[in-house]
Design a binder for this molecule. Structure first.
Ligand code: ZN
Length: 305
């Protein structure tokens, strides 16, 4: 297993960090917790290009992603009159485009090696080719899939699995792949919170809707039951390992602890390894102070896979 990280993944927001509960430095904290563990870290060469992003977005979205007002709305921060688009692009959108490059790199390396690649960022599962919302601007998995098809890493008939264990339903991925029968979704989400679209929830092949307040034991049991429905024949799996399932998280509504998150990732990745499915893990959401520790614990638990 290799970890994908680069210092520019972090969102260095200055005073703006007080406007959002997001811990913009969490990726650096994870890496510092992995220090001395002999885990190889690789990094993308640079942000994914505008050309590649535009290949994925529909015509209208190509314009909307350049609107300061709409980007700020998607990032769920209030309007900030003294901040220009260039500042947003440098401080938030460039780290996000690096994250997209990280997911694509991870997918390529996973397919080439047959192993597991862990991108600390990415997992922007609320964005799609015609929408951005929920702190997600670019759908890294949709963009990666398109590029992998183009480069020949994946064929038209190759099956792809997306396992989404972020606390929120992955509406952007469900929408992105609504017409692609070769992409299957397993989604464990809090059914009581955003996003509530029944259209995208119905697209999930292996849905695990749970109630607010669910604890680790029940969560892991339901996840394990859903994973047992997965059998082989997938060319590639993406995992969205959001840590907003932690009890201390203000948004997710679940009650998992750091050990539960580590167990969760080990259960998922062990299962995929047994089925010999190359896998790229992406970061997903996770806004609490425990988020970095949970990710580091999960990587440690899975480092020998
Ligand atoms: Zn989330």
């Amino acid at each position: 297993m290799k970890v994908i990280y680069e210092p520019r993944f972090n969102y260095q927001l200055g005073v703006l960090k007080y406007l959002h509960p997001f811990d913009g430095e969490k990726f650096a904290k994870v890496v510092s917790e992995l220090d001395g563990l002999n885990i190889e870290i690789i990094h993308p060469n640079g942000p994914i290009s505008t050309k590649v992003i535009n290949e994925y977005l529909n015509e209208l979205m190509r314009k909307l992603v350049l609107s300061k007002t709409l980007v700020l709305r998607a990032l769920e921060v209030p309007k900030i009159p003294f901040v220009g688009f260039d500042f947003l692009d440098k401080k938030i959108l460039t780290p996000m485009r690096l994250a997209v490059a990280g997911t694509l790199l991870g997918a390529e390396k996973a397919l080439e090696s047959g192993g597991i690649m862990w991108n600390l960022s990415g997992g922007f599962h609320h964005a799609s080719n015609l929408n951005m919302e929920g702190f997600c601007i670019y759908n890294d998995i949709g963009i990666s899939y398109q590029q992998l098809r183009k480069s020949g890493h994946l064929s038209e008939t190759d099956k792809v699995l997306i396992i989404d264990v972020d606390a929120h339903h992955g509406n952007g991925n469900a929408y992105s792949f609504k017409d692609n029968e070769n992409v299957h979704l397993l989604d464990v989400y809090n059914e009581d919170i955003y996003p509530t679209s029944q259209f995208t929830r119905n697209r999930v092949n292996f849905p695990v809707p749970l109630k607010s307040g669910v604890e680790g034991c029940e969560y892991l049991e339901k996840l394990t039951q859903a994973l047992e429905l997965i059998t082989g024949h997938y060319a590639l799996a993406f995992v969205i390992a959001g840590t907003d399932v932690l009890a201390v998280d203000k948004l997710g509504g679940f009650k998992l602890n750091v050990e539960d998150v580590a167990k969760r990732e080990k259960i998922i990745l062990s299962h995929l390894k047994t089925l010999e499915i190359p896998t790229v893990v992406t970061g997903g959401g996770g806004y609490s102070k425990q988020s970095a520790s949970a990710i580091a614990a999960a990587i440690k638990a899975c480092s020998t896979l």
